[in-house]
Write a protein that binds this ligand. Structure first.
Ligand code: SF4
Length: 421
């Protein structure tokens, strides 16, 4: 239901002469053996495609092209495949070796300049040979973006990967960082109905709905579907009165336990907060981050990060509900810091876990940057809706509409339980 169509993915082509380590680089990015690596020249004979969610870029399609050597580089079938890749690529990674610049690299450079495709030159295998400063200057003049890389250096390769992703973020066309639809992919093509559960309580502003709820209603209309807005108490009666079951029920996180209990199992349920985590950040990373709650111990330091400052009322989700439930879950006190406003703390590496608000007031780039900082610092990050769903024992149900995120959560739980054993 939630698979990103190929056409909506950022197409990243990897080009390079034979055995410069393109496939090893791709394997490292993918974390698995999809591309074939071999010391025999030119093993990858066709374009190998691999779709994945690449944090912080989102859905991407990697195109690993045939290895080209100096003699075959500018002729034959392999060249044809490479030319086709130019037609499809949104971004090109040209993998090269230190102090080597042949007709092939020159050809790629010319093509990307004509077609105005963003280019990143990766000098691979720097553990074997580093480029001279003259060669680096030469490359910088040629393209401006050059990254040194080594797939073999186990201690540094994660840093190289982070830098590569950051560089890609900086060169991808702006449309790909644009904010995706909140409810996109949740309805059949013929439309459908979303039931939105909105508590009208102390937290609710007088006479209006809050911004995330309003944005969700608008987004549902943009997806040619209908929104039925109810309070918790009316939910069962409204569901019983619908001719067909709704495509999804979206609830305020504070009501997620009751709502999941009252909605029949075959109807997908999620929260507003989870919709925003998908729209504004990377839901898979946020879902995996929720698994870290299980590892928290009394005395640990965690961060509650909110974008807007406001007065906390008695059932404030970030300042009251999450801290109270967390303390109960870990069986003791925690050091809980709250940051609000546009300033993200400098010392995020000091935290065991970050709980972020939905970020409805900031754009996707800002949320992705906040998330990226946490990931770079090695600190898991999750969001309010996921945390509440986890603490209430219903996170799997809340993530069912998003199988990729459910898998990320389950894998992280499994990984952490293996670490304990
Ligand atoms: S940006 Fe965060 S704190 Fe501000 S209204 Fe949205 S969810 Fe709440």
């Amino acid at each position: 239901m939630n698979k990103t169509p190929k056409g909506n993915r950022l197409h990243i082509a990897l080009l390079g002469r034979t055995n410069v380590g393109k496939s090893s680089l791709l394997n490292l990015i993918l974390g698995q053996d999809i591309a074939i690596t071999s010391p025999v020249a030119g093993t990858t004979t066709d374009v190998v495609e691999k779709a994945m969610e690449l944090f912080p870029l989102g859905p991407v399609l990697f195109m690993d092209t045939a290895g080209l050597d100096d003699t075959s580089a500018l002729s034959g079938v392999r060249l044809k495949n490479t030319v086709k890749v130019f037609d499809r690529a949104d971004v090109i990674i040209l993998v090269a070796e230190a102090d080597t610049w042949t007709d092939f690299e020159e050809y790629v450079l010319k093509e990307v300049q004509i077609r105005r495709i963003p280019l990143l030159i990766v000098i691979n295998k720097i553990d074997l040979r580093k480029p001279s400063s003259e060669h680096l200057k030469f490359l910088q003049l040629k393209s401006g973006r050059v990254l040194m890389f080594s797939c073999s250096d186990r201690t540094l390769r994660q840093n190289y990967l982070n830098t590569l992703k950051q560089q890609l973020m900086e060169i991808v066309p702006a449309d790909f960082i644009a904010t995706p639809s909140l409810t996109g992919g949740l309805f059949p093509p013929s439309g459908g109905i979303a039931v939105l559960v909105v508590p009208v309580d102390l937290q609710a502003p007088k006479g209006r709905l809050i911004l995330p709820q309003v944005q969700t209603i608008r987004d549902i209309l943009d997806n040619n579907a209908a929104a039925v807005v109810v309070k918790e108490r009316e939910l069962t009666a409204i569901l019983a009165g619908l001719k067909n079951p709704p495509s999804i029920v979206v609830t305020d996180s504070r009501a997620v336990l009751k709502v999941t209990a009252n909605v029949p199992g075959e109807i997908p349920v999620t929260t507003f907060s989870i919709l925003f985590a998908r729209q504004k950040s990377d839901l898979a990373v946020m879902a995996a981050g929720a698994a870290a709650i299980d590892q928290l111990k009394p005395g640990d330091r965690v961060l509650i990060a909110e974008v807007c400052s406001h007065h906390a009322l008695e059932d404030d989700i970030g300042r009251v509900i999450i801290p109270r439930r967390l303390r109960r879950y870990v069986g003791g006190d925690l050091q809980i810091d709250v940051s609000c406003g546009r300033d993200y703390p400098e010392n995020i590496q000091d935290y065991k876990l970050i709980f972020h608000c939905g970020g409805c007031m900031v754009n996707r780039s800002e949320m992705l940057n906040r998330m990226h900082k946490a990931v770079e610092a090695g600190v898991p990050i999750t969001n309010y809706g996921l945390a509440i769903s986890f603490l209430q024992g219903v996170i799997k149900r809340s993530l069912t509409p998003f199988p990729f995120a459910l898998t990320a959560f389950e894998n992280e739980m499994m990984r952490k339980s293996k670490q304990i054993m």
